[in-house]
Ligand binder design. Structure first.
Ligand SMILES: [Zn+2]
Length: 139
């Protein structure tokens, strides 16, 4: 290679010119692999962004209500599992244990779904009120 500043012949792997002191940037092959990486990143961020947008739309009250709904469902699931184990240990027949388990699970799920839907209804009403207020402001 030749120095780009003074034209002196140098070894191919030279990082600087010993005649004029010109420094040469070392080749960075890893830079060539960057574009595919940055292209792939937005796809990975789509789900968290959608979730963040959803959380923003909910507002504090509806978010707490939905957290309660999920907690209720998780709690009932846990209770149903513990109950199932205790019935199994007590020697109850498998059929009645599973019937009991699904009855408790269904109860918990329906409570959770009811709370969830109620919070959605509240959210819907809040949006309606907001739109009405906006309408009145524009008049
Ligand atoms: Zn030079």
């Amino acid at each position: 290679m030749y120095c780009t500043k003074c034209g002196k012949q140098l070894p191919d792997d030279a990082t600087y010119c010993d005649a004029c002191g010109m420094r040469f940037e070392p080749e960075q092959p890893e830079l060539q692999y960057d574009p595919p990486k940055t292209k792939a990143e937005p796809k990975q961020n789509e789900v968290p962004n959608a979730f963040r947008k959803w959380v923003k739309e909910q507002g504090l009250f509806c978010l707490i209500a939905k957290a309660v709904a999920v907690t209720v469902m998780a709690f009932y699931l846990l209770v149903a599992i513990v109950h199932m184990i205790s019935l199994a240990v007590a020697g109850y027949p498998g059929g009645s244990i599973f019937a009991q388990f699904f009855a408790e699970l269904l109860q918990g799920l329906s409570y959770g779904v009811i709370i969830w839907l109620l919070s959605d209804a509240v959210l819907y009403l809040q949006t309606l009120v907001k739109m009405k207020k906006q309408e009145l402001k524009n008049k």
